[in-house]
Design a protein around this ligand. Structure first.
Ligand SMILES: Cc1cc2nc3c(=O)[nH]c(=O)nc-3n(C[C@H](O)[C@H](O)[C@H](O)COP(=O)(O)OP(=O)(O)OC[C@H]3O[C@@H](n4cnc5c(N)ncnc54)[C@H](O)[C@@H]3O)c2cc1C
Length: 473
């Protein structure tokens, strides 16, 4: 993408050199702005800073489109693993599979540290970008975008024309913005928390055989109120995440707070994840030692204050990770901002107005979809009727691609379709599928005849009766 270089050299401070801040620095630097990228942590290219935070991340087409726009997608893909399907591990150890999309479509497991480092290298290569590590933002003047930074014992001010808060889910810029007039803020915690577990590689030398479970898949052990997932890494290991309620709703339900002894934890794992027990490295010890990380959603309004300071990425829209879209959405924020800078020829009041108008509605939609997807992943992906429904949807999509794209594909593989549109089409599709499945459940032996014409004729009729379910992807 080419952006017009503005005639005036305005300066922009970006707070936070995570993946979103680093990508934004590349975009703004290339558009001709003088960019000061500020990061409180040490340079992740020289120091390991990612321990304890999910070490891989799922990237889908929205993320790739943004990375392509700055010319780094292929470089990042070189270190990524395609996950073409979900592999579902039932409680008895049996496996079923669900393709994520059509042949050739996949979500990709990429190392979190790698993507951040590669984006920082790209930002560093821009003459207009200066990156400053180990400097913590402590104050913002929302009238003039002046920021106060702390480094070691000293405190100093940085003046700029504009400031972006790309400082993540716990954003300081956002917390300070709460003191400005008419700033709405909503944060809600999910009942689930998470810990990370690991699955090591086989020791033998052949790369293919190093993976203990199928490499090119996202593995799920769905158990209704909780689930375990595993994503592959290049070195043959898997990063696993256990999502479990913090508190039990009743005495029989397992939760982080109800499992207190090694015996209780061992019984819980043996009962629920027996096929994973020989694969995981020390799950019981890890469970006992690690503290459960909270999951929360943040929604704020406005995203832009005084046409001087704006929020982007997790700072603007922290969501739960069940759709694997948090970073993808942050990258999309950056890509769309680049388009607005170009379209409005650097007129920031216009850029900010459209940025907030276009992005807020879409971030709200994917935040809602992410919340809903926990239910799909933890309950439904292990349910026979749900699996049948997915097969029917996939076949209908094959037969009538102009009428139906499954919601997962709209979110993950249709990067030009706004999230908000995907949510509203998805709601209509739900109505149709509920009706269809209620009818089909009356058909004897439907699990063996779901492939037959009558199913798709019925569905075709229903779809035509619900024009709002039809997408034009
Ligand atoms: C368990 C889990 C799994 C996830 N899986 C996925 C996934 O599969 N796919 C996906 O797309 N997303 C996923 N996400 C979401 C993803 O991690 C975030 O959306 C993404 O990291 C947001 O990037 P960011 O740059 O906005 O924020 P961050 O990555 O949080 O970066 C913010 C940066 O700002 C810096 N900073 C903070 N405060 C200050 C300050 N005061 N001064 C200076 N610097 C500061 C921080 O040090 C940090 O480097 C997941 C999240 C979790 C928790």
């Amino acid at each position: 993408m080419t952006t017009e270089i503005p005639s005036k050299k305005e300066t922009i401070t970006i707070v936070g050199a995570g993946p979103v801040g680093a990508l934004l620095a590349v975009i703004l630097g290339r558009a001709g702005y003088q960019v000061n990228l500020i990061e409180s942590r040490r340079d992740c290219r020289k120091h390991s800073i990612y321990q304890g935070k999910s070490i891989n991340i799922a990237l889908s087409d929205r993320g790739w489109l943004a990375l392509e726009s700055v010319g780094i997608a292929n470089q990042i893909k070189a270190n990524a693993i395609p996950m073409k399907k979900r592999v579902i591990h039932a409680i008895d150890g049996s496996l079923t599979e669900q393709a994520y999309g059509k042949a050739g479509q996949a979500i990709w497991s990429v190392p979190r540290s790698g993507i951040n480092e590669q984006l920082l290298d790209l930002a560093d290569a821009e003459k207009t970008v200066s990156i400053n590590f180990e400097q913590r933002l402590i104050q913002v003047n929302f009238d003039n975008a002046c920021s106060t930074l702390a480094q070691d014992q000293s405190v100093y001010e940085v003046h700029a024309n504009y400031l972006f808060g790309a400082d993540g889910a716990f954003s300081k810029v956002r917390r300070l913005a709460q003191e400005t007039p008419r700033f709405s803020y909503n944060q809600s915690y999910m009942p689930q928390c998470y810990i990370e577990l690991t699955m090591s590689a086989h020791d033998n030398s052949s790369t293919k055989d190093r993976y203990r479970i199928e490499k090119e898949a996202l593995h799920i052990w769905p158990r209704n109120d909780f689930m375990l997932i595993a994503m592959p890494n290049l070195d043959g290991t898997f990063t696993c995440t256990l999502f479990l309620n913090l508190e039990s709703k009743d005495n029989n339900e397992a939760s982080f707070n109800s499992l207190n002894t090694s015996e209780e934890v061992t019984t819980f794992f043996n009962k629920n994840f027996s096929d994973a027990m020989s694969l995981l490295d020390n799950p019981i010890e890890d469970f006992m030692q690690k503290s459960a990380n909270p999951l929360f959603l943040v929604s704020v309004e406005p995203w832009v204050i005084n046409n001087k300071v704006a929020l982007i990425g997790d700072a603007a829209h922290a969501m739960v990770p069940f759709y694997g879209q948090g970073m993808n959405c942050g990258f999309e924020d950056c890509r769309e901002l680049a388009i607005l800078i170009n379209d409005h020829k650097g007129d920031w009041p216009k850029i900010f107005t459209d940025y907030q108008k276009n992005r807020k509605i879409n971030a709200d939609a994917i935040t809602e979809l992410s919340k809903q997807n926990f239910i799909e992943m933890s309950e439904l992906s292990g349910d026979a009727i749900f699996l049948l429904q997915k097969k029917i949807e996939a076949k209908f999509h094959e037969l009538y691609p102009e009428l139906w794209t499954p919601l997962y594909s709209m979110v993950s593989f249709s990067p030009h379709l706004p999230y908000e549109k995907a949510l509203s089409i998805g709601n209509q599709q739900n109505i149709i599928m509920k009706k269809l499945m209620t009818d089909l459940m009356q058909v004897p032996n439907i699990e063996n005849c779901w492939n037959q014409n009558f199913v798709y004729q019925k569905m075709h009729k229903l779809v035509l009766a619900h024009p709002l379910a039809v997408n034009n992807v």
